[in-house]
Design a protein around this ligand. Structure first.
Ligand code: AMP
Length: 395
């Protein structure tokens, strides 16, 4: 696996795919610069080597050229964070971009306009990728968030750099963290899967059963399993057409020696609302008119015990409706357990949209080993797929 360490960038122009798809407010100010900050180590290393950086990214989902999606809005923010002046090309391909890239001196940064102003980007168009490839000597991919897309700048462009291509430090860290969990994690290995639906996590569950010793299933998915086992789930969320699958998963787990842990009690509510009446119920005895919206106290204790036994932990998906304060406790306590286990030497990886949001919201970001930056890309990795953006660098 080639990384920045394999190259000396002195007098070289690095063409870097970054993920600067940051949120902007109505005044076009960046409201969360995490992604710009995350790319800093790669860019600074190249500049310090005596190279220059041509940065390419998408922003939002524009239809053609739309000023509100212009990357010019984030120039100041990049300059603030990197402490380097940022030059800008008003189109990511063509004469202006080529001239400005050619004129770039060691230590300088050129930002290209939004790649998705050209529909060829998402189509993975080869001629467009070739035009991009003219803008650098070495291709660096540091955008995990788009690594599952075979777009021109994430995958196809790599064909024009048969040997001069590598992963940036952010993407390398993502790959290493996933590998640490999925391939060479210290045992016992635990996956915690929460979230709303079995159907969106099924491929992950099936793939993960091959890799883990323990699997905690929580959140809304719980109730499909409990109903399938004959429990009474009241009005809790359930996918009736996935009950057979749930039984099959339990059987597969038993055959593979994977211990599955489901909640034993829940916080049930008489409405999907913060102000609803609540009661703690046995997970198999939820009255009609009530729905399970969070893990109960016994479940929290049970999960804490499992988490603290394990040396490698993957967490994807909340244990309850954490967006509502009344049903956030299970997710917060799980975060505490994982933070504690990490402090005691476990490796913990948090990935996938909602669990990342929960980890940030409740302040666990610095208490786990790694928080993934890519939602969809992370989920596809956990499903066991080889991401095209990663394959393109390895190939
Ligand atoms: P996912 O995107 O599949 O990870 O699902 C995350 C969503 O699952 C969050 O918005 C949670 O509010 C929701 N969720 C978690 N537990 C429950 C539950 N018991 N009932 C309904 N929704 C839930």
């Amino acid at each position: 696996m080639k990384t920045l360490k394999d190259f000396n960038f002195k007098d070289k122009k690095a063409l870097i795919r970054v993920d600067f798809n940051v949120p902007l407010n109505d005044d076009f100010q960046v409201t969360d610069a995490t992604r710009i900050v995350s790319a800093k180590p790669t860019i600074i290393k190249i500049l310090e080597d005596g190279g220059s950086c041509v940065l390419m990214s998408h922003l939002g989902r524009p239809k053609g050229v739309q000023d509100e999606f212009s990357l010019k809005h984030i120039i100041n923010k990049i300059e603030d964070i990197y402490g380097v002046e940022v030059k800008f090309a008003s189109d990511c391909v063509g004469a202006e971009a080529e001239e400005k890239a050619n004129a770039l001196q060691p230590g300088e940064i050129l930002l290209l306009e939004n790649l998705r102003f050209h529909e060829e980007e998402t189509k993975g168009d080869k001629a467009f990728a070739e035009q991009l490839s003219k803008l650098g000597d070495i291709y660096v991919n540091d955008a995990f968030g788009t690594a599952h897309r075979a777009h021109a700048s994430t995958t196809i462009v790599a064909e024009f750099f048969p040997v001069s291509k590598c992963f940036g430090s952010l993407l390398a860290k993502e790959i290493e963290s996933i590998k640490k969990v999925m391939e060479d994690g210290e045992k016992p290995v635990l996956a915690v899967l929460g979230g709303a639906k079995v159907s969106s996590k099924i491929t992950i569950i099936e793939n993960i059963l091959e890799k883990v010793d323990h699997l905690i299933i929580g959140g809304g998915m719980t109730f499909t399993f409990i109903k399938a086992q004959g429990g009474k789930i009241g009005d809790s969320i359930c996918e009736d057409d996935k009950m057979e699958l749930a039984i099959d998963i339990l059987k597969q787990a038993e055959e593979k020696g994977v211990k599955i842990h489901l909640p034993v009690d829940v916080v049930a509510a008489n409405a999907f609302s913060n102000d609803a009446e609540t009661q703690i119920c046995d997970v198999k005895q939820i009255p009609d008119g009530w729905q399970g919206l969070d893990a109960g106290p016994k479940s929290i204790e049970l999960f804490d015990d499992v988490v603290n036994q394990c040396k490698t932990i993957l967490w994807n998906g909340p244990l309850g409706v954490f967006e509502l304060e009344s049903f956030a406790k299970g997710t917060i306590e799980l975060g505490n357990s994982i933070a504690n286990s990490t402090k005691n030497g476990a490796f913990s990886l948090v990935g996938g949209g909602d669990s990342v949001a929960a980890v940030k919201q409740f302040g666990f970001e610095d208490k786990v080993s790694y928080v993934s930056t890519g939602g969809g890309a992370m989920l596809e990795s956990l499903e066991g797929k080889t991401l095209p953006g990663i394959a393109a660098i390895l190939g």
